[in-house]
Design a protein around this ligand. Structure first.
Ligand SMILES: Cc1cc2nc3c(=O)[nH]c(=O)nc-3n(C[C@H](O)[C@H](O)[C@H](O)COP(=O)(O)OP(=O)(O)OC[C@H]3O[C@@H](n4cnc5c(N)ncnc54)[C@H](O)[C@@H]3O)c2cc1C
Length: 399
């Protein structure tokens, strides 16, 4: 019922995929996410293989290429089903799936014939590799270089905060080629990394909540990339990365909504059972109103996301609306989960409930695919186009 607005955009086949995801999540997978979070470890990589076996890594790959041919709305709903159980794992699995879609839609014939089948099966894993230790917002200033050599390129430089960075073996890496400054000098490469590669070092990032994202820094030291791996030529990679950012923002926003929904359900259940001063916590008006406020803002975030998804489905999504959806959803989720933790008392801060896990993982979403400041800037730049004087111009003017 809660997700009905987006569900109504889905075909019956897509609803079946959502159902399949729900079955995948319920039970062992869900427990694995909680258990691994408590241990401070990422969820087992075996689940990636099982996810691939279900055909989910090819969710948006055309059916004639071996995928599911699903729409954006379906991808969003599947991500939401995962995010009900753990935001980090949902983000990580969807990130892998995005790499397969990118290859299927935009790779060369040779790249597809070498990689696609293995990527669909989860034997080759990718990720977009852009951010560097010196900064992520200002992508045009990246420093990693690719130097032309006989038969390929040599990659040198450091990347940071790469999702699934401890696992990926063929990421899409943005690097500077030639002398052109700014975005014009940036190309992208599919970068095969052999298990025993000595020219790539990975260092896991141990920030709170980052384990299920498998966030890592990658250091390339003269790593050889064959010619066939060039994905976007100089000047194209930056535009290509930005082209998909609006949909990605809505997608992250939708996952934030789902994780807050799961948190509120857990808090309501707990507060309905816990007794203080002779009655359950929800029977106390002060506390009930706090969770009522969470529910109101959650519904507003959910409606905004559903609106953005519907527009994205028909190619009508604007950068401003995508940024609004992400900013509002992340702010609402971080605030709302904290309210849920408070409402459940000290237990809420322990691992007895999932609230602490949801909080630590969701807050990281504030950085991925655009920070709040970058989003505000995007919204601000679209103000004059979105809120025009014509909309309030009276048909007749006062004499
Ligand atoms: C969970 C997670 C997953 C991620 N996955 C990936 C991935 O798979 N691949 C990848 O390449 N990157 C990934 N990232 C990195 C992410 O894209 C960057 O964190 C993000 O771009 C911000 O860059 P930064 O952290 O270096 O902050 P900086 O760019 O250093 O910014 C620092 C602060 O300054 C603010 N700021 C910057 N510029 C302006 C401005 N013009 N006006 C006002 N304020 C400004 C920012 O909003 C921020 O608050 C991930 C990050 C996280 C947390």
């Amino acid at each position: 019922m809660f997700f009905a607005q987006i569900d109504q955009l889905l075909s019956s086949r897509e609803l079946e995929l959502v159902h399949r995801t729900r079955e995948f999540c319920d039970g062992a997978f869900s427990l694995e996410l909680q258990r691994s979070f408590i241990k401070g470890a990422p969820f087992s990589a075996d689940w990636i293989a099982q996810w691939a076996e279900l055909g989910m890594l090819g969710l948006q790959v055309p059916r004639e290429l071996g995928g599911q041919g699903a729409t954006f709305a379906c991808k969003v709903r599947i991500a939401q089903e995962l995010a009900l159980h753990g935001f980090g794992a949902a983000f990580a699995l969807n990130n892998l799936q995005g790499s397969v879609t990118r290859l299927a839609r935009h790779g060369t014939g040779e790249q597809r014939s070498r990689l696609l089948e293995k990527m669909l099966k989860g034997r080759i894993l990718g990720a977009p590799v852009m951010t560097e230790p010196t900064g992520g917002s200002d992508l045009g200033a990246l420093r990693t270089t690719a130097t032309k050599v006989d038969g390929g390129w040599l990659l040198d430089g450091s990347k940071a905060w790469i999702t699934n960075g401890t696992l990926i073996n063929c990421p899409l890496v943005l690097a500077r080629v030639g002398e052109q400054p700014g975005a014009a000098g940036i190309a992208s490469f599919l970068v095969p990394i052999a298990t025993d590669a000595t020219t790539v070092e990975r260092i896991a990032i141990n920030a709170p909540g980052a384990r299920s994202f498998r966030s890592a820094a990658l250091h390339f030291r003269g790593h050889f990339v064959p010619d066939w791996c060039l994905f976007n030529a100089a000047g194209e990679a930056f535009k290509f990365s930005l082209a998909s950012i609006n949909a990605a923002r809505v997608h992250v926003a939708a996952m934030c909504v789902a994780t807050l929904y799961a948190s509120l359900c857990e808090a309501v259940q707990y507060c309905g059972e816990r007794v203080a001063f002779g009655k359950n916590l929800l029977a106390h008006q002060g506390l009930r109103w706090e969770l009522a406020e969470v529910s109101t803002r959650l519904e507003a975030a959910s409606a905004l996301v559903a609106h953005a998804v519907a527009l994205a489905q028909n190619s009508g999504l604007t950068p401003g609306l995508a940024a609004q959806a992400k900013k509002f959803a992340i702010d609402t989720a971080v605030w709302g989960i904290e309210q849920c933790i408070r409402a459940t008392g000290a237990v809420g801060a322990t691992h007895e409930l999932r609230l602490a896990m949801h909080y630590e993982e969701v807050r990281l979403a504030a950085f991925a695919d655009g920070t709040n400041e970058i989003l505000q800037d995007r919204i601000g730049r679209g103000l004059q186009a979105a809120y025009t004087p014509e909309a309030i111009q009276p048909k007749e003017v006062l004499p």
